[in-house]
Design a protein around this ligand. Structure first.
Ligand code: HEM
Length: 202
């Protein structure tokens, strides 16, 4: 059997390409984004990973694995959202169920893998002088990024022991990508849900 990490990469390549084509993500990656669009993007990441965290709560993950929700909360608050407003942000809904540890690994694969592209986004956001200070921590790569990724790949490869676990993991990874793409696609054209936080700066 091909290593789980290699198979997941190969079988989700097309979905990754689709995600990169999302308008807001392209704008983020190229640093061509207004403050309102940036707020919308952070809201959408937050609403998406909140749902995925809920799905993952009963499944094992390496101790250093984080979906980035704390950083997103901090960024939202530096963008001017109050704790109450953050609680009111829309949360993604979908109907795929994480029912096994192998499913959980598929979701985690997408969540942790998605951090690898953030350094590109972070670099381009740095030239945006009108973004409030400390509002881009979610995208800031940490020094351990690649070491953590390699640890996760080892954890993944050691955890997937047979074809049926592999299928469950791949299925959940694909569902996570599809859910992400749908969530952004439906919502990215709208303005941010809350307009008050940055009214003064627009
Ligand atoms: C404009 C947006 C994005 C860019 C520029 C980007 C870029 C990248 C880059 C450079 C890598 C590392 C590839 C390598 O190993 O050399 C990567 C990996 C990955 N990205 Fe993205 N990405 C983006 C969006 C996303 C999104 C939205 C998701 C999922 C929600 C995602 C999931 C992943 C995954 C799972 C991997 C690991 C692939 C593997 O198994 O090696 N990416 N991305």
């Amino acid at each position: 059997m091909l290593e789980a990490s290699k198979l997941l990469r190969e079988k989700t390549r097309v979905l990754h390409e689709k995600a990169e084509q999302l308008t807001l993500l392209k704008q983020l990656a190229e640093g061509r984004i207004t403050l309102a669009e940036y707020c919308r993007a952070v809201e959408l990441f937050f609403g998406f990973w909140l749902l995925m965290e809920e799905k993952l709560k009963f499944y094992p993950k390496p101790t250093e694995a984080s979906l980035g929700l704390e950083k997103l909360r901090l960024d939202l608050s530096h963008l001017g959202y109050s704790p109450k407003q953050i609680l009111q942000l829309p949360v993604c809904e979908d109907d795929f169920k994480v029912e096994t540890a192998a499913n959980g690994l598929g979701v985690l694969y997408v969540a942790l893998g998605s951090q690898l592209g953030r350094s590109i986004i972070y670099k381009n956001l740095q030239s945006r002088l009108d973004l409030p200070e400390n509002s881009t921590s979610y995208f800031k790569p940490n020094d351990q990024l690649w070491a953590n990724w390699r640890n996760f790949q080892m954890f993944l490869n050691a955890s997937i022991q047979n074809v049926s676990q592999m299928e469950e993991t791949l299925w959940a990874a694909k569902m996570t990508f599809q859910s992400f793409i749908r969530w952004f696609h439906i919502n990215e054209k709208n303005g941010p849900v809350l307009t008050e936080p940055f009214l003064g700066t627009l």
